[in-house]
Ligand binder design. Structure first.
Ligand SMILES: Cc1cc2nc3c(=O)[nH]c(=O)nc-3n(C[C@H](O)[C@H](O)[C@H](O)COP(=O)(O)O)c2cc1C
Ligand code: SF4
Length: 421
C-alpha cells in the first residue's frame, strides 16, 4: 500500500510512515503510544472539524458520512449521548474487525474516546464478538483513567450487528433489529441519543484526531478518502473460512488488488463478489479496472460495503455460490417482518432450484419479481441486501442463467443436470 505523509497542521501529530491501522508491531499500549503518540488536547469542535475535512465514511457497510452522524447525535443528545463501538462483525465472510481488534485494540478504544469527546457522551460500550473480548479487556487493563467503557458480548448471527439490534442488546433485549418511530441517534440505548460506529471507523477516527483530516484524505480519492480494511478470500475457499485482511488505499483498481491478494491474474477469474453477502457480483475481467471507490463502483451498481471480496474461479458456478449465500441469509433473518418471513425463504427455494437447473424462464421471472417485492419492506436493510445480491447474480451470470434454464451449467458445460428441463 502506498501512502503520502504530509506535514501536520498546528497541534497535530506526525503520522507513522507506511501502513496506517496496522502500523504498530504489537497490540500493547506502549507500542501503540510509541507508534502513534497521544491524542492532542484540542476542543470537541476542533476534532469535529477535522472529521469533516477528512471525509471519513462508516466502515460497517452503509458508508454513511461520520461527521453527519456525529452532528445528529450532538443535536439530539442534550448532554446525555451514548457511544458504541460495533464489533459484532455478523457477516461470516468478514474478518477485518476481528483482525483489527486483535492487532490494534487501542486504536479502537481511542476512537471511542474521541467520539465521546465530540458528542459529550459519558457512557460508552464496546459490543464485541465473545472471542474478541479478552483482547479488548487486556487493552482496557493497560489504560488508566479516561472514559469508562463497558464491554458487552454481541449476539450471534448475521443481523446481530445491525444498529437497532445492537441497541436492543445493550438495553438487555435480544440482539435483533427492532422497529422504532425514532432513529437511534435520537433515541437509542436507554432512550438516549446513541452513536453506533463500526470499530474500524473508530480506529480511523483515532488517526484523524492525531494527524488531521488533510492527512487522512491524502490517501484515497475525493469521494472515498483514506484507507479501508478488506477481507479478501482465496479462490475456491469455503465462504466462511477466515480470510486474509488487507489495508488498501481507496481508489486502487480491482486488478492489482486481486492479483496481489489472490495470487491470480483477473483473467483467470470469472467474477468477484464485492461487499460481502449483501454485496454485488462484478464480472471479470470486464470490471477489472474499476477503482475501489464510491464513484468507481457506482458504475457497476456496487459499493464496498464492509470490504469483503470473494473471487470466483472459472470452474465454479456463480449461481450455486449465490444460492448458498441466499439460503444462509434467509435462515439468518430475524423473521419479524413479512419480507423475511415469506419473501426470503421463497427466494432461497427458487434460487436453489435455478442453481440446480430445475427452473425455466417463468422461474427466473418469479425470482426477479420476488426480489422486487422484498425491497424497502423490512424494519432493516436485510431484505434489500439479499435482493441486491440476487439481482447482481442474475446480471453477472446472465449467460449461465440461460444455460441453467435448459438444465446446463457453464462451470460444467458437459454435465447436464439429471431431470432438468
Ligand atoms: C443486517 C445488517 C447487519 C449489520 N451488521 C453489522 C455488523 O456486524 N457490524 C457493523 O459495524 N455494522 C453492521 N451493520 C451496519 C449497522 O447497522 C450500522 O450502520 C453501522 O454499525 C454503523 O457504523 P459505521 O457508520 O461506522 O459503519 C449491519 C447492517 C445490517 C442491515
Ligand atoms: S427486515 Fe428481516 S432481518 Fe430486518 S428486522 Fe425485519 S425480519 Fe428482521
Amino acid at each position: 500500500m502506498t501512502m503520502i505523509a504530509t506535514t501536520p497542521a498546528e497541534g497535530l501529530r506526525m503520522p507513522p510512515e507506511g501502513a496506517r491501522l496496522f502500523a504498530a508491531p504489537d497490540p500493547g499500549r506502549s507500542t501503540h503510544l510509541a507508534t502513534y503518540g497521544t491524542i492532542p488536547d484540542v476542543t470537541p469542535a476542533q476534532l469535529l472539524e477535522q472529521v469533516r475535512i477528512s471525509g471519513l465514511t462508516g466502515r460497517g457497510g452503509a458508508g454513511f458520512p461520520t461527521v453527519a452522524k456525529l452532528e445528529a447525535v450532538i443535536a439530539a443528545a442534550n448532554g446525555r449521548a451514548v457511544v458504541v463501538a460495533n464489533g459484532a462483525e455478523g457477516e461470516p465472510a468478514s474478518n477485518k474487525d476481528a483482525e483489527l481488534l486483535r492487532r490494534a485494540p487501542h486504536l479502537v478504544l481511542d476512537g471511542l474516546e474521541v467520539a465521546a469527546r465530540i458528542t459529550g457522551a459519558q457512557q460508552a460500550f464496546a459490543y464485541l464478538r465473545p472471542e474478541l473480548i479478552p483482547f479488548v479487556q487486556q487493552a482496557l487493563a493497560e489504560r488508566e483513567g479516561g472514559l469508562r467503557i463497558t464491554v458487552v458480548p454481541a449476539g450471534a448471527g448475521f443481523v446481530s450487528g445491525q444498529e437497532t439490534a445492537v441497541v436492543s442488546r445493550l438495553d438487555s433485549g435480544p440482539a435483533l433489529p427492532r422497529f422504532s418511530r425514532h432513529r437511534i441517534f435520537q433515541r437509542g440505548v436507554g432512550g438516549r441519543a446513541t452513536l453506533v460506529q463500526n470499530v474500524e471507523t473508530l480506529a480511523q477516527l483515532a488517526l484523524i484526531a492525531r494527524y488531521g483530516g488533510v492527512w487522512f484524505a491524502s490517501a484515497g480519492t475525493a469521494d472515498s478518502t483514506g484507507t479501508f480494511l478488506a477481507t479478501i478470500h482465496a479462490v475456491g475457499q469455503p465462504l466462511t473460512t477466515a480470510a486474509t485482511v488487507w489495508e488498501i488505499n481507496h481508489g486502487l483498481p480491482l486488478r492489482p488488488v486481486l492479483a496481489g491478494a489472490v495470487g491470480r491474474p483477473v483473467e483467470e477469474l470469472q467474477a468477484v463478489l464485492i461487499g460481502g453477502y449483501h454485496g454485488t457480483w462484478l464480472p471479470l475481467p470486464a470490471a477489472a479496472d474499476v477503482p475501489l471507490s464510491r464513484s468507481g463502483l457506482e458504475a457497476f451498481g456496487a459499493t464496498l460495503g464492509a470490504g469483503v471480496m470473494i473471487p470466483l474461479g472459472k470452474n465454479a458456478c456463480g449461481l450455486e455460490t449465490t444460492a448458498t449465500i441466499v439460503g444462509y441469509l434467509a435462515r439468518e433473518s430475524a423473521k419479524q417482518c413479512g419480507p423475511c418471513r415469506f419473501g426470503l425463504p421463497e427466494l432461497a427455494h427458487t434460487f436453489t432450484a435455478l442453481a440446480a437447473g430445475k427452473v425455466g424462464r417463468t422461474g427466473v421471472d418469479a425470482i426477479r419479481q420476488a426480489a422486487g417485492l422484498v425491497e424497502g419492506r423490512g424494519a432493516c436493510k436485510h431484505p434489500d441486501g439479499t435482493s441486491r445480491l440476487i439481482r447482481s447474480a442474475l446480471r453477472t451470470f446472465a449467460d449461465d442463467v440461460r444455460l441453467h434454464q435448459h438444465g446446463r451449467c457453464l462451470a460444467r458445460i458437459a454435465e447436464p443436470y439429471g431431470g432438468a428441463r
